[in-house]
Design a protein around this ligand. Structure first.
Ligand code: PLP
Length: 400
């Protein structure tokens, strides 16, 4: 059956508006569409394809597990899930893992756990969740309401309650909002979708201190920052601040859907049998692939390589900026990089994305005025240079 981009409009719910071309094949950091046109991939499936497309370690893990056992449900446990959980707990502050299928589900579990922990330990009334403007935590109704972009949560009827927002990096505002009624603070340790915004170190330390003061749990949403993206397995490991609960997804599966919520044994106790669950959570195929991703990503070679690639990206983007003066800021950490357009091009990030695609390079946006780059963590230097050369061509065409 022949399908084209036009088919999408005939058969899909119109909540997405995908690009004109339809990709059919990927290898490393290159992608090909139905017409055979080749693209350099700086989007990485929105910070997911951390080892690029079709990495042999992932293909092997999927094939091997695919010939053994696909699915059991949580009525039974399985070896890949336990092995992956062991590796995650050995490598982080966490002692317990809950597996889900996406970032939103990992965050949903984190929020429900925090509420249950507070209820069990402190009784009803300690149910306030504080989160940050421009934060993004997923699209379930709870997570999207905790997210800091009201446009995403409005228009669906009554929202889950007990949720407050303050500005990111504003410790005084957070302090003014918190009290003994606060059950948890949820934050990204570097805001991705909101515009690639880093927290001040003092701010993150202050958030931790306020959580300790008011006996509230600190939840780090590392769905985008996690699994090597910022140059350490998780971003918290470079901040000197340890959360109580951490959500991971995206790069965790390198392209296979999986999410995980990590926490301590004492907090995990509060999700007793029957309190929460998912048919597919901890699926053997997903966990086998994630284990293979972990084994490659959690190495000095790959993590140090992320920092080297960050420098290359930032240097080259700065050079482009010297020639065209289109960015007012180039920022981010590791391979989660944002280039904010100067005032003249405010609101035009999508035009640059489209122009890039026309020249054979896939980039992302983060809000209306920031171009975002989240390539494979092992993207070859030659692909970085080629992709940025194509992007510069797109810029030249667009701004003259
Ligand atoms: C920080 C963060 N949290 C949660 C999510 C939601 O993840 P998913 O789309 O897998 O539900 C995203 C997705 O962009 C994200 O960037």
């Amino acid at each position: 059956m022949k399908v084209t981009r036009a088919t999408f409009n005939d058969v899909m719910v119109p909540n997405y508006n995908p690009a004109k071309m339809v990709p059919v094949k990927g290898e490393g950091s290159r992608v090909w569409d139905q017409d055979g046109t080749e693209y350099v991939d700086f989007a990485g499936g929105i910070a997911v394809n951390c080892l690029g497309h079709c990495h042999p370690a992932m293909v092997n893990a999927l094939t091997e597990q695919g010939n053994k056992l696909w699915h059991l449900s949580n009525v039974f446990t399985n070896e890949p899930a336990m092995r992956l959980a062991k590796k995650l707990t050995d490598a982080t502050f966490a002692e317990r893992v809950y597996f889900a299928n996406s970032g939103a589900e990992a965050n949903e579990a984190a929020l429900k756990l925090a509420r249950r922990w507070a209820l069990d330990n402190h009784g009803a009334g300690k149910d306030q969740i504080v989160a940050f403007a421009k934060g993004f935590h997923g699209r379930t109704f709870f997570t999207v309401t905790v997210g800091g972009q009201p446009a995403y949560s409005e228009g669906f009827g009554p929202k889950p309650g007990g949720i407050e927002h303050v500005e990111y990096n504003d410790l005084a505002a957070l302090e003014a909002q918190m009290s003994d009624k606060t059950c948890a603070v949820m934050m990204e340790p570097l805001q991705g979708e909101g515009g690639v915004i880093s927290p001040d170190l003092e701010f993150v330390k202050g958030v931790r201190a306020l959580c300790d003061k008011y006996n509230a749990l600190l939840i780090f949403d590392e769905v985008q920052t996690g699994f090597g993206r910022t140059g350490s397995l998780y971003a918290y490991q470079q901040l000197g601040v340890t959360p109580d609960i951490l959500a991971s997804a995206k790069s965790l599966g390198g392209g296979f859907p999986i999410g995980a919520m990590l926490t301590t044994a004492a907090i995990a106790e509060h999700l007793k049998p029957g309190t929460h669950g998912s048919t597919y959570g901890g699926n053997p195929l997903a966990c086998a692939v994630a284990e293979a991703v972990f084994d490659v990503v959690n190495t000095d070679e790959v993590l140090a390589g992320v920092k080297a690639r960050e420098e290359l990206f930032k240097t080259k983007l700065a050079e482009i900026n010297e020639r065209y003066g289109i960015f007012k800021d180039i920022r981010g950490k590791g391979l989660l990089i944002g280039a904010e357009l100067s005032d003249k091009y405010e609101g035009k990030a999508r035009d640059f994305l489209n122009a890039g695609a026309d020249e054979g390079v896939m980039v992302l946006v983060a809000g209306p005025s920031v171009i975002r780059f989240t390539p494979s963590l092992i993207i070859p230097e030659a692909d970085v240079l080629e992709g940025l050369a194509r992007f510069e061509k797109a810029i030249a065409k667009l701004v003259g």
